[in-house]
Design a binder for this molecule. Sequence first.
Ligand code: NAI
Length: 329
Amino acid sequence: MKVAVFSCKPYDKRTLNEFIADKDLEMNFFESRLSEETVSLVKGFDAVSCFVNDDVNAKVIQQLKQQGVNTIALRCAGFNNVDLAAAKQQGVSVFHVPDYSPTSVAEHAVALIMALNRKTHRAYHRVKEGNFALEGLLGFNLEGKTVGCIGTGRIGAAFCHIMKGFGCRVICYDIYPSDTLIEMGCAYVSLNELYQQSDIISLHCPLTESTHHLIDNQSLSKMKDGVMIINTSRGALVHAQEAIDALYSGKIGYLGLDVYEQENKIFFEDMSSHIIQDSVFQLMLTFPNVVVTGHQGYFTDVALNHIAQTTVENLEQSQQTNPQQRRLA
Ligand code: NAI
């Protein structure tokens, strides 16, 4: 089986190569993303492997099918960038990696909370310049604070578990509440109650039509003044311009983002010598109470190995007559 691996960085290549050593799989690695512009590269391949910002729309899927590609193996959990209906219609199987390491993303959400609260990003620069003054670095105790978790699947559950360990009151919203979390002492509330009561809100639901711009003027107006918002899920859960307005007014007191709606133009690349053509993003970076990371929540040793291993398993499974596991379409 010949596989074209898109959005492939050196660390992806290293781990994938480890797992295909004794397999009947040949992989060709492309740094570029899969899109309408690059889909012609798939000529002669049986399968493609993609990541979070590849644009696997209906046109791309049609082209894949025409070129003889019958399998898309995503190297991520989220699949909002793939037109699953089009894949089903064309008979192209789509696989994902649902649970490569929920704790890696949950721990990163907590890292953002800790950095914003104790202002580690600012303290680091002060100390490097010999400035040991504490004025402006005042934090708060997490113990006793109310933390709202929206989406309590694999990552959300791991996040709640950690925040309980800090002694926080954890309240949750999910369309499918988890008995395990209730037993752990988390309380499910309505979305409005979560907005009203939370000191910190962390987003762990997928990007769907109903969660698009979940954090906007309307939801923000229901929240406490100075609320901390953490988004490690998908960028479009947050309306970036309205979040900026809320930062100016003080409604948002702290903003931690590992994802950004327009991230596909900038993330995963070294843009340090370029002028980033996104004034909203540039403005966001100027706030002292905003920490942005470039979609690195998943990026741990354990997660990379799981992603590579599961992707190889998915590709092998796709050759079976009726593969079901981790199949989306
Ligand atoms: P999951 O499928 O285990 O959990 C998602 C949860 O969200 C489910 O419990 C579901 O019922 C709930 N949900 C769905 N629609 C909802 C709504 N409208 N309101 C509230 N809850 C809703 O997914 P998992 O593995 O926990 O991942 C969550 C998200 O994290 C993914 O969709 C992905 O976007 C993001 N992610 C980010 C990564 C990063 O590196 N920053 C890496 C991996 C995933």
